[in-house]
Design a protein. Structure first.
Length: 177
């Protein structure tokens, strides 16, 4: 069975999924945007697990992902990934963003998760241009799924705004995924 790709406009914290992905900071302590919303909606259990992870391994570097409970969220797990800050495109930002998706998907496989929802990683305060970020997201997910067929049932791209949704729709229709 081929993996289903779903586009949604809305709040990722309201999704029922095996995992939602958090666009986290290196400290995993919550913050603004998606990160703050997930910590707020999920409650203190998520932060408590993040603190344990940081004590055990230190900061989570850009491109890396870790998994925690989802606390009060409808999802079962939160995969926290640290996206790169856009610095003009000459500081390995594209590879780091691709690594966010790869490492999150690998955690999903390692934990036998069948559906996973991604936000628009690094496109908010981290300043990654939206269209290249969407192209990287879609291509990385597509490449990963080709290498791991029939392991993940559904990928959800949860777009926060109409602009991101439109970008994802255009790219997916051109790729015919």
């Amino acid at each position: 069975m081929a993996t289903k790709i779903t586009l949604l406009l809305g709040d990722i914290t309201r999704l029922k999924a095996d995992a939602i992905v958090n666009a986290a900071n290196s400290q995993l302590m919550g913050g603004g945007g998606v990160d703050g919303a997930i910590h707020k909606a999920g409650g203190p259990e998520i932060l408590a697990e993040c603190k344990i992870i940081i004590r055990r391994q230190g900061l989570c570097q850009p491109g890396q992902s870790v998994i925690t409970t989802a606390g009060n969220l409808k999802a079962k797990h939160v995969i926290h990934t640290v996206g790169p800050v856009w610095k003009g495109g000459n500081n390995n930002e594209e590879q780091l963003l691709s690594s966010c998706y790869q490492s999150a998907l690998q955690l999903a496989l390692d934990n036998s998760l069948h559906n996973i929802a991604f936000p628009n990683i690094s496109t908010g305060i981290y300043g990654f241009p939206k269209k290249p970020a969407a192209q990287i997201a879609i291509q990385t997910v597509d490449d990963f799924l080709r290498n791991h067929p029939s392991k993940i049932d559904e990928i959800i791209f949860a777009c926060f705004d109409e602009e991101n949704l439109s970008i994802y729709q255009q790219i997916l229709s051109a790729k015919k995924i």
